[in-house]
Design a protein around this ligand. Structure first.
Ligand code: FAD
Length: 501
């Protein structure tokens, strides 16, 4: 996606979105029909607030959408539903009812031609790496713990965080290569707070205890061995939310790209859209909840923000996700997904949707899988043509002995730019500049993962949408504090929900 052009001189059609109870009423305009945008639209629509949802793609669900092809269902890589937030879980149940499945989790790491359970099972890891490496892992773990006891140090980056927690040898064996494939930068440049979010609460000791005693510590994220999941794929839930929005009178406009916002007197007046035919349209709104990437939102403002702000926006980097989606013969492996740490292949993960839900397979004899690559636009994988990508994926799967090239029946490529905000050292100061600039707009709220530049999972994205909608209706939540442990609930009351649908 290119940076939005400035709006001067553009021919723009005013789009009247009608039939609100009060014809002078302006709707709340939401950008992006992903989890955060849909959750916001849902909350507003069930409370009879006029709402218009703008989506660039031809379908809803964002990064959590489900793509149908040839009878099979593909998500954008594996999308496990997991939350510690009872309200979100209830929403999944309310929308999905009997279509919310309970799925056993099997995920393994592929490293040096061997499979290791993830979360790590010490006995499996011990026999997998062999006694010499296992002894080195234990020794390095014990010496790190000892030195941490004697002089604890605050980790400054991802590498130091993991080394402090697990020891250097385990970091090098099981964390380094995969993390660097995903983020495309050295682990020393990744912020320690990402590790804190991602693997918080897990230590080698916990992993050992878990493997021996089948841990009761269900709350530790990476130790969860079962998860809930929508029968038809992750996007099935978001399609359910979208139909409630439309039933309640909300409007969802697909295939429209929001390229800029006009503002005046500390208020956003309108959003400028480009439709499929390339025409520009303008929608005025009472408030704007924006889940498109934060940097795009800032650089699309007219009048333009000060240079310091536009420079901070340009300094935020996002990692893109490239999925080679295939329907393959049989079922090539039993895992929901496999993390591929080996550095002799470029692929980072393989998702198997039959192992999420039989219904996603669409046939008894084939299985939909996604071979996942993480890229910066412009790099050697991202720039390959589609048929070069399928060749790469086929060759790498053969090399890993996962499947033979002739087992691939059909395939297509899905590119998602700006899928992962890169939580690299120094990003916080840029976010601070952007946050303090946009705080002047009384009716503009970034929401969701790319919108707030946070490494959010679906449940956090949903929660930011719900809370932004509630703020519009009079509450005062600090949406920026929505985080992994749902701590925001402790400091603010959630208003009564209106369940009349
Ligand atoms: C490969 C992968 C695996 C993941 N696995 C999990 C998992 O297992 N569990 C989990 O909970 N989460 C997972 N996530 C995270 C999850 O996908 C996100 O947290 C969630 O989708 C974020 O929702 P959102 O609404 O903030 O953003 P998005 O899902 O990104 O939605 C934003 C929407 O805005 C649209 N948009 C963007 N710009 C514009 C514009 N200018 N105009 C109009 N529309 C625009 C986009 O097309 C998109 O539909 C995963 C993500 C990825 C990429």
């Amino acid at each position: 996606m290119k940076s939005p052009p400035r709006l001067k001189g553009a021919l723009i059609f005013k789009l009247e979105i009608g039939n609100w109870k009060n014809k002078y009423m302006k709707p709340v305009v939401i950008i992006g029909a992903g989890p955060s945008g849909l959750a916001a639209a849902y909350e507003l629509a069930i409370n009879s607030v006029p709402v218009v949802l703008i989506e660039r793609l031809g379908q809803v669900g964002g990064l959590s959408r489900t793509i149908r092809n040839n009878g099979a269902h593909f998500d954008v890589g594996p999308h496990r539903f997991f939350t510690q937030n009872a309200e979100i879980h209830q929403l999944w149940e309310d929308i999905l009812k009997e279509n919310l499945l309970s799925v056993p989790r099997l995920t393994r790491i592929f490293y040096k031609n061997k499979f290791f359970y993830y979360p790590l099972a010490p006995m499996n890891a011990f026999f997998g790496v062999g006694p010499v490496s296992a002894a080195a892992i234990v020794t390095s773990y014990l010496s790190t713990r000892l030195s941490q006891r004697i002089s604890p140090n605050e980790p400054k980056n991802f590498e130091e965080w993991v080394v402090n927690q697990f020891g250097r040898k385990l970091f090098e064996t099981f964390f380094k290569t995969y993390t660097e494939k995903v983020w495309g930068i050295p682990c020393t440049q990744i912020g320690a707070d990402w590790a804190g979010q991602r693997i918080k609460g897990l230590s080698l000791w916990t992993a050992v205890m878990n493997s021996i005693f089948k841990s009761k510590q269900k709350n530790i994220k990476t130790l969860v061995d079962e998860f809930v999941f929508p029968r038809g794929g992750a996007g099935f839930f978001y399609e359910g939310l979208a139909s409630v929005v439309e039933d309640k009178g909300g409007k969802i406009l697909l295939n429209r790209y929001a390229e800029g916002f006009r503002h005046e007197d500390s208020r956003i007046k309108s959003v400028i859209l480009r439709n499929e035919s390339g025409e520009r349209e303008e929608i005025e709104g009472d408030a704007f909840l924006v889940s498109s990437p934060l940097s795009d939102g800032i650089s699309g403002l007219t009048p333009e923000p000060p240079t310091e702000v536009t420079e901070a926006a340009k300094g935020l980097r996002y990692r893109s996700h490239l999925g080679v989606d295939m329907q393959v013969e049989g079922n090539p492996f039993p895992d929901n997904w496999i993390y591929v740490h080996s550095s002799d292949v470029k692929l980072a993960r393989i998702a198997n949707y039959r192992n999420f839900s039989q219904e996603m397979a669409g046939s008894d004899s084939t299985t939909p899988i996604t071979v996942e690559y993480f890229c910066f636009p412009g790099d050697s994988v991202w720039e390959r043509k589609d048929d070069e990508l399928i060749d790469l994926a086929r060759t790498e799967l053969k090399h890993m002995k996962i499947l033979q090239p002739d087992q691939v029946h059909s395939w297509f490529i899905v590119r998602n730019e700006k899928a992962y905000p890169v939580i690299e050292i120094g990003y916080e100061s840029k976010i601070q500049i952007l946050k303090s600039y946009i705080a002047r707009f009384k009716n503009f709220q970034p929401i969701g993962r790319s919108g707030m530049f946070k490494y959010n999972n679906m449940d956090h994205a949903i929660m930011t949408g719900l809370l932004a909608a509630r703020n519009y209706m009079g509450s005062k939540f600090d949406i920026w504090s929505v985080n992994i442990d749902a701590e925001y609930h402790e400091s603010a009351e959630v208003p009564q929900k209106n369940h009349s649908q």
